[in-house]
Design a protein around this ligand. Sequence first.
Ligand code: PHB
Length: 395
Amino acid sequence: MVGKNRKLRLAVSALGLGLGMLLAQGAAEAADKVKVGLMLPYTGTYASLGNAITNGFKQYVAEQGGKLGGREVEYFVVDDESDAAKATENANKLVKRDNVDVLVGTVHSGVALAMAKVARDSKTLMIIPNAGADELTGPLCAPNVFRTSFSAWQPAHAMGKVVAERGHKNVVTLSWKYSFGEQSVAGFKEAFEQAGGKVVKELYLPFPNVEFQPFLTEIANLRPDAVFVFFSGAGAAKFVKDYEAAGLKASLPLYAPGFLTDGTLEAMGGAGEGLLTTLHYADGLDNAKEKAFRSGYVAAYKIQPDVFAVQGYDSAQLLAAGLSKAPAGAFDKEAVMKAMSAATIDSPRGAFTLSKANNPVQDIYLRKAESGQNKVIGVAAPKLADPARGCKLMN
Ligand code: PHB
């Protein structure tokens, strides 16, 4: 009788131990996960950009067997609609409700500026996979805010030099009126006027309007030597088609940062052929990472990647670089940030490092749209660093 009781007690305590171990293991696994908040546009004119960034990010995670720096990834996703008015509330959903370890977003600079304020106030790690507002790695730079894409200044400044070198003197600019468009025009103008050119008129229309006709009429009447624009996504495809339909393409050279033609050439149906753009990525770059990335992307998503997909992929790479150097267990933000700042990212665009302001130092390519591809024809600005004016981290 006694023997039987003893056996039962032993069996029960063994079961308890087993359960306890299982629970402890479960807790360790839960703590080991990294909670990633994706705040991107999945509707509206920038929807294709948000989708490409998401695809690129998930491609890198899939290549690592579903993990980043050895941790399972748990996603929390918000469609920000490129609507700055909803941005603070949307970012707070991810930070306060879902308690994410890292905020990844977004495309639209106005939305990103509001997100970055939430990240700064809550000291949440943030990775910007597109939005180029100069302030984000300028006066508003912060040790916990990283960017894997570009500043507005970078491709636009490079284009200012190209347009001057091509002998154009008088340029009219046209863009959506919000921070990124205005800062692209400013970056272009700075380089173009330094080289002796003149921006004779800056034209703007509200984001995301696509009623271009009155602007095309005004441009034709102003008779400049060339036109510089910022448009992207669905609006870019419509603009280039309208520009050609208005009869301007043949007579008035059009230049832009490469957002105009990345991911949009097919939708332009030939109207984009021949356009010269500047960007930190191009089709057919000759490096091993680009080749592997492109074939992996095509296999997974059945479409060609674009610059936005690259930026999503590199955001995951940057986070992995941070996590792989941090101790196991709970998310150690300081250790992750330190390793991220020091990382060299083996990107399909070519390897890049981050400036002290946490913005990529990278080659800006000159590209020509040919047979539906943005082919690299030169390097417009090698290893270009944003000046990061007003960023205190630069000292
Ligand atoms: C931005 O708002 O920062 C932005 C949006 C679309 C682009 C590039 C920059 O293609």
